[in-house]
Design a protein around this ligand. Sequence first.
Ligand SMILES: Cc1cc2nc3c(=O)[nH]c(=O)nc-3n(C[C@H](O)[C@H](O)[C@H](O)COP(=O)(O)OP(=O)(O)OC[C@H]3O[C@@H](n4cnc5c(N)ncnc54)[C@H](O)[C@@H]3O)c2cc1C
Length: 357
Amino acid sequence: MENKIPTFSDLKREVIDAGLCTLCGGCTSFCRENKLHAIDIKEGLPDYINEESCLECGICYMICPVTDELNDKLEELYGKGIGKILEIYSARSTDENILKVCCDGGVATSLLNYLLDIHYIDGALVVKRMKGGRSMPILATSYHELLACAGASLATVPNLDEIRHYSTYTSLLPELKEIAYGGMENVALTGTPCQTKTVRKMQAVNILPSGSIRFVIGLFCIENFSFDAISLNKFEEIIGGRLSDIERVNIKEKMIIKFKDGSKKEIALEDLESVARKACIKCKIPFSNIYADISLGGLGSEEGYTTVVIRTPEGKRLFEEALEEGHIEIHPEWNEEKKEEVINKIKEWTEKKERRK
Ligand SMILES: Cc1cc2nc3c(=O)[nH]c(=O)nc-3n(C[C@H](O)[C@H](O)[C@H](O)COP(=O)(O)OP(=O)(O)OC[C@H]3O[C@@H](n4cnc5c(N)ncnc54)[C@H](O)[C@@H]3O)c2cc1C
């Protein structure tokens, strides 16, 4: 029997129609950037827009973070489970402006700013919150742009139903086109595990413009939340407040919501099951973002600090330089015992995610 390579029709059946698509945007950006225009986002999900143009190259299937293609190669490079850990810290930025707007300790923004400062990168692919509560990926090329993208919140996302849709997730990879068109050769990316896994798969098979991604900052991720205007009441009931009163949202062991009046509410993730993204609650991609040069999360650090997992020699060198140059500082009470505790927490959350059906 002929051994046919899996193509978009297989991706549609096995991943998209099965409710497993993470919406990272890798498959459609590859198709668009290579001027094939066979698939794009249609009614919120990847679909054929011109099936006749499909070359059946199978690359969309191969780079999808949900399929098993290239997993052996990635495991060889980045490990599995909690991944390769060269060092682990709890740290924060030393920049007052960053500390005012960041998610945890502002390490992501400070490291990106340092990479721009030393011209190691020309830009960083990050997420900006726009007026009207929308969020979108941008290529930040200055300190001020990075500052405007620090932190995270619940943002509205485009939805063809004309119904407002809210999510903690932002599709990042479609913005790769800016790298391709702008001719940038050295870019850093911040992303959730599904996004960084797609980029590493692209790099493993040399797909443009993934070669321009010089540095990857991975964010831990257990799941994301998403709901439409119709489910808004339910969400507001769970959080005990109005969406319009939320200033910032942070996900650690619980969802932590900071309201504009300064009050704070912590909600158990189990209580938010009805608004969790369906693809996320089935996602088994390693929680602590093993595909990054440096992975960051709030889990394991006290408020105002970021947990920093250094995974590659390049990540180690740049973190140590940023530390030496005074851009970041390690928690004054950080020690071997705390390190062990944090590694155990990461193991626990990794296993929790792996056990999902
Ligand atoms: C969707 C999402 C889910 C997360 N889930 C967990 C979790 O379950 N447990 C945990 O411990 N930590 C989680 N994190 C990580 C945590 O919230 C912080 O982002 C991380 O600790 C870095 O904090 P910081 O203060 O150093 O980052 P900051 O200095 O505030 O910078 C954060 C950077 O991330 C970028 N960013 C924001 N939103 C997104 C997005 N949707 N996609 C890609 N980049 C984005 C920002 O633009 C900014 O550049 C999650 C983050 C995100 C974005």
